[in-house]
Design a protein around this ligand. Structure first.
Ligand SMILES: *Cc1c(COP(=O)(O)O)cnc(C)c1O
Length: 421
């Protein structure tokens, strides 16, 4: 059989270095091409640093998209994984799993929520949120109030329901027919939410701070207004804190900074301390909609994942890392604004805690490449937004080095021609 290799679409091909030669050719023949071309093969990590297959060292300011929030191979998480891996990796949710119960207790103790159910990813957590919202509406208000309002520029996952909720056309292309019952309003615009409301509405799903959508921050008035609308009309308010939750924005949960509590919240990404885990949390009133048999997952919250999550969350809370992230984030924001002031290409610097963005007018993909060449991993999202998600325990020296690389890259990357993301 002679199969053609998949096209290397997303990034300029044949960069003479940072190619981690050999892996690309094999990859291109084996995988569905949904991720486009990669450049690096990462093989080791420690704290904020990672190494590629050729031995090059990088500062990791992406952390696997806000997954390795205490850096790579944090000793406390590593020890928990080692110990649990040698004790019991998996059983089933047919049994009580002590590690899972302890992790649940911590999440409940530190949040608005009364009850929760684990999943294996963010998309699954959001699926659970959508499912419980629909059932709750049907069981408390009767049929017909199943519609969910979410927002343009949002990202909620890649399953059929969550990609339909996602407010970006590119994730939906040719996957139709899509599940019905999803409408979109404009982020930070309460009037557009009022226009989208109808008797069919059952819930509003929103990221307090958007991730893939380019680090846009909900205003206080917006989230408070959504809460009021939900209370007036018997709707459920769902916060997707999959990227912004768990300390990244300066508090354990982003909603704490708004004085607004949701009825349902989803978490994932860093939750499993680097292992695959998601969770849907809700109030007592909502929880009852999931009767026995209504939902479940074979792997969710298994002993290994839960042990890693428990070690991570304990360290996050006991170490006071959210507060440290807030202070470090303020410093970075200020330093970024100082060092990029007056640069032609810089449109806006924004962020909260260690969820930061430099929005450029052009050339973001080239800036990303220049950063990688100089030893800094970042990411480009929403076209021209350079997204920074350093670990919460990043040091000041690492920040200074990263900012120097980034500012140099913004200053020197070629103009306009490489503008398309
Ligand atoms: C990453 C992300 C998801 C999807 O999580 P997966 O684990 O990739 O399924 C959903 N919502 C937000 C806000 C995210 O950042």
């Amino acid at each position: 059989m002679n199969k053609p290799s998949a096209p290397a679409a997303e990034y300029p091909a044949n960069i003479p270095f940072l190619d981690n030669a050999g892996w690309r050719d094999r990859y291109d023949k084996l995988f569905t091409p949904n991720y486009g071309a990669r450049r690096l093969a990462l093989v080791r990590g420690e704290g904020t640093r990672v190494w590629d297959a050729d031995g090059n060292e990088y500062l990791d300011f992406l952390t696997g998209i806000s997954v390795n929030n205490l850096g790579h191979c944090h000793p406390r998480i590593t020890a928990a994984i080692r110990e649990q891996a040698a004790t019991l990796v998996h059983c089933s949710n047919h049994y009580y799993i002590p590690q899972q119960i302890e992790l649940a207790q911590m999440l409940i103790d530190h949040s608005f929520a009364d009850r929760l159910v684990f999943g294996n990813s963010g998309a699954e957590a959001n699926e659970a949120a959508i499912k419980i919202a629909r059932r709750w509406q049907k069981e408390t208000r009767g049929p017909g109030h199943h519609e969910i309002i979410s927002f343009t520029g949002s990202f909620h996952g890649r399953t059929l329901a969550t990609l339909t909720a996602t407010g970006q056309e590119k994730v939906k292309l040719n996957f139709d027919p899509l599940p019905e019952g999803f409408v979109h309003a404009e982020y930070n615009n309460l009037d557009s939410v009022r226009a989208a409301l109808s008797d069919r509405t059952g819930a509003i799903l929103v990221e307090p701070i958007t991730g893939e959508g380019g680090i846009h921050i909900a205003t206080n008035e917006f989230l408070r207004g959504l809460r009021e609308l939900c209370d007036e009309r018997g709707l459920l308010l769902i916060f997707d804190e999959i990227q912004c939750g768990l300390g990244r924005t300066g508090t354990l949960f982003a909603y704490e900074q708004y004085g607004v509590e949701p009825d349902i919240m989803t978490l994932a990404k860093s939750l499993g301390g680097g292992l695959a885990m998601g969770v849907m949390l809700c109030t007592e009133a909502v929880a009852g909609a999931f009767a026995p048999g209504a939902h479940g997952s074979t792997m969710a919250g298994n002993p290994l994942t839960a042990a890693a999550g428990r070690a991570y969350l304990a360290e996050l809370i006991e170490g006071g890392w959210p507060g440290k992230a807030r202070r470090m984030g303020e410093k970075i924001l200020q330093r970024l604004r100082e060092t990029t002031a007056g640069m032609r290409r810089v449109k806006e610097v924004r962020g909260r805690g260690l969820m930061l963005a430099v929005e450029l007018t052009d050339g973001a993909p080239d800036v990303l490449l220049a950063c990688e060449r100089a030893g800094l991993l970042v990411n480009v999202t929403a076209g021209q937004v350079v997204r920074l998600l350093p670990p919460l325990n990043v040091s000041e020296a690492e920040v200074e080095r990263a900012l120097a690389i980034l500012v140099e890259a913004i200053a020197t990357a070629p103009a306009a021609a490489g503008g398309a993301a």
